[in-house]
Design a protein around this ligand. Structure first.
Ligand SMILES: Cc1cc2nc3c(=O)[nH]c(=O)nc-3n(C[C@H](O)[C@H](O)[C@H](O)COP(=O)(O)OP(=O)(O)OC[C@H]3O[C@@H](n4cnc5c(N)ncnc54)[C@H](O)[C@@H]3O)c2cc1C
Length: 315
């Protein structure tokens, strides 16, 4: 039976892809397999089986340490070809976006990256992705026999997944890399994981000066939330790139997102569309963010935020 093969170096994303891939595979009559790669990857095998993989291919080859894109692509091609993979889903993470086209080139396959929805229409798989800076959604089909899709994290949910047969195979892979890692350094500054944050305060250009962001921090503190930002503030270097929400940053799905001094341009809001509750503070009642907010507060953030913080402290 032909296969739908799933891979991401992030286990949470891999589980989502297996669960979502299973529905696509069922519609097309394919089996579902997953690849777990890199030192320690064996531990992921049972999680991927529980998420729906019938076969999990595991390689802990040391050459896969740090998931170099060319080596991972070489590993995946050596798994995909013998498995008869007709469709490969790769997590569209930073690494995944580098890996997917390299894999596609080796497989002679067409490739779509940044996919945020996948559906089966007849015998075709149709991928949706934002185009023209997020202004529109492009729907794309791949016409080669083997197809590679790099799918955004959180496109599918791993909740309620049906367990697969969960056979584990350890293929012998021939791996080498043209890239040699000379040094690894941790990024400076504090790190945040917006993907997993249950509450987010999104700050934007409504803040006049960098030090005023202390107000956003206070609001986040009162809500036990994490501060994320629009790209504008990262461009000013007021906050790090890992705080950007949107097309160029994190696609979040918190229980609460509150945008403060954020206009709500589509390139930002695609990163909060998965939020369960959206609130906004903006002095312009016509700001686009109010079009998607469940609760909107029209007012000057320099007055509203301190009042909100006081109120939250008293409850
Ligand atoms: C290819 C591409 C990719 C992009 N990717 C991203 C991305 O991933 N993430 C992202 O965020 N952006 C992205 N952008 C940029 C995006 O288009 C917007 O420019 C950006 O999101 C706007 O940021 P902002 O809301 O902070 O600023 P603005 O649009 O300038 O909005 C500031 C808002 O603050 C309000 N305001 C001002 N003063 C106050 C006050 N005192 N109190 C209350 N409200 C006030 C204003 O009314 C206004 O609505 C991208 C753009 C392109 C072209």
């Amino acid at each position: 039976m032909a296969e739908l093969l799933v891979y991401s170096e992030k286990i949470a994303t891999a589980r989502e892809l297996v669960a979502g891939g299973r529905q696509i595979a069922a519609a097309l009559g394919l089996g579902v397999s997953a690849a777990a790669l890199g030192p320690g990857a064996g531990a992921a095998a049972s999680e991927l089986a529980a998420a729906g993989a019938d076969t999990v291919y595991v390689s802990e080859d040391a050459a896969l340490e740090g998931w170099p894109a060319d080596t991972v692509a070489a590993a995946l091609v050596q798994i995909a070809v013998p498995a008869g993979a007709a469709i490969v889903l790769v997590g569209s993470t930073r690494r995944g976006k580098e890996t997917a086209p390299r894999l596609a080139q080796r497989l002679g396959a067409g490739c779509v990256t940044d996919v945020n929805a996948l559906s089966v229409e007849g015998d075709d798989v149709v991928a949706a992705r934002y185009a023209f800076g997020g202004a529109t959604v492009a729907r794309e089909k791949v016409t080669t026999p083997v197809k590679v899709f790099a799918v955004m994290p959180k496109t599918f949910s791993a909740e309620g997944a049906t367990s697969g047969a969960g056979r584990v195979e350890t293929p012998t892979l021939t791996l080498e890399s043209k890239v040699r890692v000379l040094d690894r350094r941790a990024r400076e500054g504090d790190q945040v994981n917006l993907d997993a944050a249950p509450r987010i305060v999104g700050v934007g250009r409504g803040f006049i000066a960098r030090e005023d962001l202390a107000l956003g921090e206070q609001l986040a503190g009162a809500l036990d939330a994490v501060v994320g930002c629009t790209k504008s503030l990262a461009d000013f270097e007021w906050l790090g790139e890992d705080r950007i929400i949107g097309l160029s940053g994190a696609k979040t799905a918190p229980d609460l997102y509150i945008g403060v001094g954020v206009s709500g341009q589509i390139q930002h809001t695609v990163g909060v569309a998965g939020a369960k509750l959206i609130a906004a503070v903006n002095k312009d009642k016509e700001a686009p963010i109010f079009g998607m907010a469940d609760y909107g507060l029209v007012g000057d953030l320099y007055e509203v935020v301190p009042a909100l913080v006081e109120r939250l402290k008293s409850v």
